[in-house]
Design a binder for this molecule. Sequence first.
Ligand code: SF4
Length: 438
Amino acid sequence: MAEHPRIGFVSLGCPKNLVDSERILTQLRAEGYQLVPSYAEADLVIVNTCGFIDEAVAESLDAIGEALDANGRVLVTGCLGQREAEIRARHPQVLGVTGAHAYEAVMEQVHRHLPAPHDPYLDLLPPQGVKLTPRHYAYLKISEGCNHRCSFCIIPQMRGDLVSRPIGEVLDEAARLVEGGVRELLVVSQDTSAYGVDLKYRLDIHGGRPLETRLKSLARELGQLPAWTRLHYVYPYPHVDELIPLMAEGLILPYLDIPLQHASERVLRAMRRPAASERMLSRIRQWREISPDITLRSTFIVGFPGETEEDFDRLLDFIQEARLDRVGAFAYSPVKGAAANELPGAVPEPVKQDRLARFMEIQAQISRDKLAAQVGRRLTMLIDEVQEERLVGRGPGDAPEVDGQVIVEGAWEGISPGDFIEVEVTGYDDHDLFAEPV
Ligand code: SF4
């Protein structure tokens, strides 16, 4: 099998079905599946069917038969999927059948029959990426590839230089998603702040207006939609500062996922990343002045080749001063083909693990203090799940899958996933907040 599992996709029927197809395709791409245009190249084929009139049923059954003949591994979804017995009577060998608008169920079947390999250095989704995205939030991929050459990373080798999608295309997709029930757009790419650099910020037409293909214009436009917009993987370029006023205005969520990786200038230089942590601290202070509710998430690598105890102390000082809200940390491990593998000064594994534990201990206390400071505050909560005895959702500061949750105890009538409710925070535990509706 190829490095990225390959999927062929056949979409039949009306525009609504097309939106469903786009939704499934977006999810497949976000999880690292490769979409291929022929049956022969595919490891698996999905047929999104129509069952509206007899002619459409016949066309759908034929399309399934064609895919089975040409490829053999076929999943069926869409309107005709409601009539599973009819499909199985004609094509008993299909791998699975799901009905219309069943994104989660389709993805579950794809994972079962063609698992996506997880690579933390390549995947845009969190490690629990196989968890299904409920239909009220969606990942909006704005570009592919990266122009940086961080020494620990092989993404540019694998996916090439940055290729941005024109702003009109991204905004059309966002509008379709919101129309289809999405209430939170998670903007992802390998390098979100570089959006448009490759296109020289070219003008594109959207809604009859010329717009620059650049992150600030994109954020401003997404902010007009009746959904939350959350920015992920924002490399710390200076122009990121321009986004903070949009957060203060309430156009996009006051949330920035900004991978900093380290704070020692020496280590950052070895990583081939911008090395100005003093400047970073003053920028963070400014961001908090402009948008006091901003939630900052970052990731760090400890035990990078050549990292001394002094470098590591510098990192600890930084996190103590920056007091970031959410932090992920990893002990460095070499990635096959990465330039960093050639660097001298490999840090012994026990030292790496010891540093990671020290780092996490300090950050855990900071995160606890941050959660404690939320008690008594009011926030808007997006409902992810309605359980028998409680509501589970998230506030503006919690990205799905990677951050904490907000929990409201009790049985609640008339509330569904995707609803927004106002709550007051009443308590917290290690990761989550507890709240009551106001
Ligand atoms: S910014 Fe660096 S770490 Fe991120 S994808 Fe580009 S090269 Fe890799």
